[in-house]
Design a protein around this ligand. Structure first.
Ligand SMILES: NC(=O)C1=CN([C@@H]2O[C@H](COP(=O)(O)OP(=O)(O)OC[C@H]3O[C@@H](n4cnc5c(N)ncnc54)[C@H](OP(=O)(O)O)[C@@H]3O)[C@@H](O)[C@H]2O)C=CC1
Ligand SMILES: CC(=O)N[C@@H](CCC(=O)OP(=O)(O)O)C(=O)O
Length: 310
């Protein structure tokens, strides 16, 4: 019998994209409730408890409630796409490529926390350098990023696409998270293996799906002898043997005049770049992804497949 999957929040931005990715699959059975009943707690509880894997695409509070609804039912495994459980030690962090053992942790887990979109880029760049001893304790890491507006869910999509919305946003590009307390900072710190919280400055552009995450570094303040080439080599070694996260060859990145935030729209992969000038003292590490691809829905389906393979 095909495993049963229920997407709670299936009519929202992340949920819809997971459904699209599952369309046509015969190896799983999708449980569903009508859109008009999406907030019917009794119906959701019933569906959640009928599933082999429940994928939660809800705000944090609703996710916590959904987890309560299945907590006593060991037959249900959960993938949560919210921020609620990402630094909870009882949950496996759903970024399979972040270290060699993570895919097996996800396969074996009952509870998997799908990463945030920005942390996927930031951790993807930072963690291999911490693990290799290149990025020392105390380094003042900064993370600067731009996201497609679908990252803000149905509400921001309406604000960006409907000029008659009472809180319509007309800016083609805006900074936010200005108090520097964005909810993704704890996750970047813990899974980036950082001993000091990064300064995180996010922004949104007038495009639906796409993301650039930048981590600029001073080579003089890294481990002795670190070069642009050795950083690139550490990333290449870390991501060898899988095909979701790729490290762009230096010969290719040196020839690029610009990076397009929407290049990976609709894809579930992530590209990492090391920019700078050979022999100079600075580099800019860049991650390129789709906020709804490897940044959310694509990662959720990848995690579901790992759990089904266990
Ligand atoms: N969009 C993105 O790029 C990313 C999103 N995420 C996370 O995924 C989760 C979902 O976000 P997103 O899809 O963008 O949000 P949306 O607002 O687009 O969708 C959320 C869905 O959940 C429903 N919902 C809200 N509250 C409840 C409730 N109490 N009970 C049942 N259903 C409820 C909403 O219904 P209604 O229409 O009635 O409000 C809506 O259908 C969030 O935790 C978000 O932070 C993670 C990574 C990236
Ligand atoms: C553009 C935008 O608003 N982005 C969202 C993050 C999207 C995401 O990663 O979702 P989680 O909330 O599940 O972490 C934000 O900054 O809150």
């Amino acid at each position: 019998m095909a495993p049963k999957i229920f997407i709670d929040g299936e009519h929202g931005t992340t949920g819809l994209q997971i459904r699209t990715r599952m369309a046509g699959r015969r190896d799983v059975e999708l449980l569903s409730i009508p859109e008009a009943e999406r907030r019917n707690a009794a119906m959701r509880e019933d569906m959640l408890n009928s599933a082999d894997i429940a994928i939660l695409c809800l705000p944090d509070d609703a996710s916590k409630e959904a987890v309560q609804m299945v907590s006593a039912n060991n037959n249900v495994r959960v993938i949560d796409t919210s921020t609620a459980f990402r630094v909870n030690p009882g949950w496996a962090y759903g970024f399979a490529e972040m270290d060699g053992a993570q895919a097996d942790r996800i396969k074996a887990a009952r509870f998997v926390a799908n990463p945030g979109c920005y942390p996927t880029g930031a951790i993807g760049l930072i963690r291999p350098l911490r693990a290799a001893g290149i990025l020392p304790d105390g380094y003042p890491v900064t993370v600067n990023a731009v996201s497609g507006y679908t990252g803000g869910g149905k509400q921001m999509i309406a604000q960006m696409e409907n000029p008659d919305h009472p809180d319509a946003i007309t800016a083609p590009h805006f900074l936010y998270g200005l108090p520097l307390t964005h909810k993704h900072v704890p996750e970047m710190t813990v899974h980036g293996l950082l001993d000091r919280a990064p300064i995180f400055s996010p922004s949104v552009g007038k495009f639906a799906q796409g993301m650039i995450v930048q981590v600029p570094l001073h080579l003089d303040d890294l481990a002795e002898g670190t070069t642009m080439e050795s950083i690139h080599g550490a990333l290449v070694a870390h991501y060898a043997g899988q095909d979701i996260v790729s490290v762009v060859p230096l010969t290719e990145s040196k020839a690029l005049p610009r990076v397009n935030a929407v290049e990976l729209e609709g894809k579930d992969t992530m590209k990492l770049f090391v920019f700078g000038t050979s022999g100079a003292s600075q580099v800019n590490l860049v991650a390129l992804l789709d906020n709804l691809g490897k940044g959310a829905s694509g990662a959720a389906v990848q995690n579901m497949d790992l759990m089904l393979a266990s």
